[in-house]
Design a protein around this ligand. Sequence first.
Ligand code: MG
Length: 386
Amino acid sequence: MPRCSALIVAAGHGARFGSDMPKQYQPLAGVPILRRTVAAFASHPGVDTVRVVIQPVHATLFADAVRGIAVDEPVAGGSTRQESCHRGLESLTAAPPDLVLIHDAARPLIDHDTITRVIAALEASSGAIAALPVVDTLKRGDHGIVAGTVDRTSLWRAQTPQGFHFTEILGAHRAASGAELTDDAAVAERSGLEVALVAGHEDNLKVTTTADLERAEMVLSRRAADLSDIRVGTGFDVHRFGPGDHVILCGVAIPHGQSLEGHSDADVGLHALTDAILGALGAGDIGSHFPPSDPQWRGADSALFLRHAVDLVRERGGRLSHADVTLICERPRIGPHRSAMVSRLASLLDIDVSRVSVKATTTESLGFTGRREGIAAQAAATVIFA
Ligand code: MG
């Protein structure tokens, strides 16, 4: 894998939106624009380091905006975007990357797929920029009158990131010093470097006006809605006590003066949880997947049932986010076995122990659990589809 640095250009002074604060530090849906931009690159697996070019007077704003994100020390920008980029590139020469992605701070909605496409295109090309084909018909105007129609078939709208092989774009910037060029692709073109066009994204808009800010907020709420397919299922199960010397609860054998009766190992905790997961999927119940009439489940380890439900989650494109089981009984005491149950469930569910909960309660000697005739369990499971 080539070493890739992202260089975020955030050195503009421009105070927009009727505020004194430069626009890259303004909040977008409560989060500074620059933080969103930096986070998008810092979290991309193909990006090794992120450096931001800022105005030194904004050092405190910058530190507040990126707190907690792994980002290099910022570098001071110049009086033009081109000069700021050049300074940013020079600052990377101390530990030169193979590739550099130059990106406008004011494009906070950059998506990982676009970043990936730009990096991939650099395998075959000196440069690659995210861009969109022009779809509107273009007119040339003269004092408010149409003076002609421009052929749009070869026209593209350039976005960022614009990616390059580091030493080539550094050389091009050094050679272009003093020239006034509007983007890094123009700097590269001037040095005769080949720059590929890569599909950008309509959402990757440049936030310049309050109207842009509103559009960006709409994109974010749409994305949030896309991610909110969260389903919660619940399950409940009861097994009665019979003769024996242990019970199995949440996959853990616990010595006890009685055992639970049932067709399988009668693990009420796993049965309730299996039903909760099946419930989140709308996939029936444990009895429809493992009929009690089927002799092959006699004495079965209920972990089999739970694993089946977990596999179904994956098959259907979901991700199990959380599981919570409540065991309801007077005896045995659950507390001493709780952490073993959590570990066992986390392992069966393939999720972290922090996402698993086992609780226990009694019914104050009331009802069948209070009379110690059996154990009940209820469970909830959360499955996320994204
Ligand atoms: Mg059962």
